[in-house]
Ligand binder design. Structure first.
Ligand code: SF4
Length: 258
């Protein structure tokens, strides 16, 4: 079977195998390079620029064709079959390379490979909609409900993200929607912030559940390599007790939390 758009090129950061945190079963995760946001806690700062970045310890970013990526993904077909896993497109922001992402997802669907995306939804709705039809699970970040504080901490407002999330309710396709909120102490972990997110999510008809993810400092060494400051260096990792409290608050709004 001839691949769709096999010669199209995309900027790939890396391909990671056997992930258990990026969807059901064992996942092979394709991290695409380039993101329009600048979240202060971003654990993959090397994914933000759309260009190849060279440092003393190596370079970040490789141009690959759809054909080259699909060859890599097919190597894991047996693991997908055994574990109920599949392919996850992540970033950076996978929606920022929409044609390349769509081609990979379409080819995976044609080959019976389960698909997931990890995205901020920071993209025009017609782009989001054109991708969702080839997706089994969409993991969408909702980091802050306040527009101003989203702009302050993520580099842009969140109106587009909220609108796109609402639009999923009437969207075609059989995808499962999972909202992810990283819990960042003193940024978005107040009771008010969490309730705003929980209440908003009750209006999402496609929502399966919300995942609350504890803030971590993985990736801080990469900021040094890139010669960039890490602005949240004084922020602690939330305790398990605090995470349990956050889950309780969001869950009390009437949504399923994991
Ligand atoms: S949306 Fe994701 S990749 Fe982009 S800056 Fe934020 S955390 Fe990093």
């Amino acid at each position: 079977m001839e691949l769709i758009d096999k010669d199209r090129q995309g900027m790939v950061l890396r391909i990671e195998r056997s992930s258990i945190h990026d969807g059901d079963g064992f996942r092979t995760v394709v991290f695409l390079k380039g993101c329009p946001l600048r979240c202060q806690w971003c654990s993959t700062p090397e994914s933000q620029s759309f260009e190849v970045e060279n440092t003393e310890s190596g370079s970040y970013g490789t141009l690959m064709t759809v054909d080259e990526v699909m060859r890599e993904l097919r190597k894991d077909s047996l693991f997908f079959f055994i574990s109920g896993g599949g392919v996850t497109l992540s970033g950076g922001e996978m929606l920022a390379q929409p044609e390349f992402s769509a081609a990979l997802l379409k080819n995976c669907c044609r080959e019976g490979i389960n698909t997931a995306i990890e995205t901020s939804f920071f993209s025009p709705w017609n782009t989001v909609e054109s991708i969702l039809q080839y997706v089994n699970t969409a993991y969408v970040d909702l980091k802050l409900f306040s527009v101003d504080r989203h702009r302050k901490y993520c580099g842009a407002g969140n109106s587009l993200i909220l609108e796109n999330l609402l639009n999923t309710s009437d969207c075609q396709g059989n995808f499962r929607l999972v909202v992810r909120t990283p819990i960042i102490p003193a940024v978005n972990d107040s009771e008010e912030d969490l309730r705003l997110i929980g209440k908003f999510c009750t209006s999402l008809k496609r929502l399966d559940h919300i995942q609350l993810l504890p803030y971590h400092k993985l990736g801080t060494a990469t900021y040094e390599k890139l010669g960039r400051p890490y602005e949240l260096s004084g922020t602690p990792t939330p305790t398990e007790e605090h995470m349990a409290r956050c889950r309780e608050i969001v869950g009390s709004c009437g949504v399923k939390v994991r």
